[in-house]
Design a protein around this ligand. Structure first.
Ligand SMILES: C[S@@+](CC[C@H](N)C(=O)[O-])C[C@H]1O[C@@H](n2cnc3c(N)ncnc32)[C@H](O)[C@@H]1O
Length: 323
């Protein structure tokens, strides 16, 4: 569904407000959700194909091997709600055993990117009878919308896969899990993917590949601000950086200013000064250990049902029951 001009205006107004606030702080920041415009979503799919980015292959492997167990005991009708699903390829793996065994399955796709929703809808086209609803909005808004429309006896299976969970800082992640739990009821379930701590060189390479695809993904955020806010970022004067912050257990992505410079963002009504070496922090990817994820789920009110770990790539998929 094409967005109305009003929704475009509202979204642009929100982007302008967020960008202005986040570039005014002493550590300049931009919210990671803004990485996903049409090109950003496609670049993310390209990242998933890189040999250095092993999250996608590891998680697909776990889903292909264990999706049947993840869905065991769910009572039909089941609505699978995927939050930030990207291409929908993982969702297809998760849904395969459900459509084979349950009478009544439907899908709600929640994503800020209309491109991601379109990609996932196309992927799910291989199930012509599967009802699919798209919610082009944030995780929490979309979950609220999907839960609000459930019929009396629907069971909800929420999927939050890939690096999505790691993009939230731990306090945010715990609060987020708590809100997901509050939106669910006994019998519902959450499938949560999370990347695990591994050697620093491997982690940094995942976010700074030799081909430069992740750099393009990161710098595309400036292209977006140039297009949508009339900004004048000079892409040659910013460099992509990925650093492992061991104390915080996260990989940080930054855009580092290569010189002293001033950037104008007319539609955000602001002018931003950069000194050489100063950065805009665009994304964090927190890395966990297996027990840490289970503990967070428990602290949010879930019961851990099962967990699978890809030992080689160090990635975990954990299934939680809402009891
Ligand atoms: C890192 S990609 C991961 C995609 C998919 N889960 C996977 O594992 O391949 C994040 C996805 O979530 C969406 N996204 C990011 N932040 C979001 C937010 N706050 N609310 C809704 N969607 C968001 C992006 O558009 C993108 O499709």
């Amino acid at each position: 569904m094409a967005p109305t001009s009003t929704s475009v205006l509202t979204r642009r107004g929100r982007l302008a407000k967020d960008v202005r606030r986040d570039l005014e702080g002493s550590q300049k920041r931009l919210q990671p959700k803004y990485l996903y415009d049409a090109l950003g979503s496609q670049l993310f799919e390209a990242i998933c194909e890189l040999p250095e980015y092993r999250i996608t292959r590891a998680e697909r492997g776990l889903l292909a091997a264990h999706a049947g167990e993840m869905g065991v005991g769910l009572v039909s009708p089941v609505t699978l709600v995927e939050l930030g699903g990207g291409s929908g390829e993982k969702l297809a793996l998760l849904i395969e055993p459900l459509v084979q065994t349950l009478r009544d399955v439907s899908v709600a796709l929640v994503d800020v990117s209309s491109t991601a929703i379109a990609l996932a809808t196309r992927t799910l086209g291989r199930y012509p009878d599967l009802p699919v609803t798209g919610h082009e909005t944030t995780y929490e808004d979309g979950l609220r919308q999907a839960v609000a429309t459930r019929s009396g006896d629907d069971t909800i299976l929420v999927a939050f896969l890939g690096s999505n969970f790691g993009n939230l800082d731990p306090a945010e992640a715990l609060a987020f899990l708590g809100r997901v739990r509050s939106a669910l009821r006994a019998g519902d379930r959450l499938v949560l993917g999370a990347d695990l701590v591994k050697p620093e060189a491997e982690l940094v390479l995942s976010y700074d590949d030799p081909l430069g695809v992740t750099a393009a993904f990161n710098k595309n955020l400036l292209v977006r601000l140039n297009r949508e806010l009339g900004a004048n970022f000079d892409l040659d004067q910013f460099a992509h950086r990925a650093v492992w912050n061991a104390t915080a257990s996260r990989v940080e992505m930054h855009l580092e200013s290569l010189c002293d410079q001033t950037v104008l963002l007319p539609a955000a009504n602001c002018l931003v000064r950069f000194t050489a070496g100063e950065s805009i922090w665009t994304e964090s990817s927190y890395k966990y250990n297996e027990d840490g994820i289970a503990d967070m789920g428990a602290a949010a009110g879930f019961a851990r049902r099962d967990q699978w770990v890809d030992a080689e790539a160090r990635f975990a998929v954990t299934v939680f029951d809402a009891e």
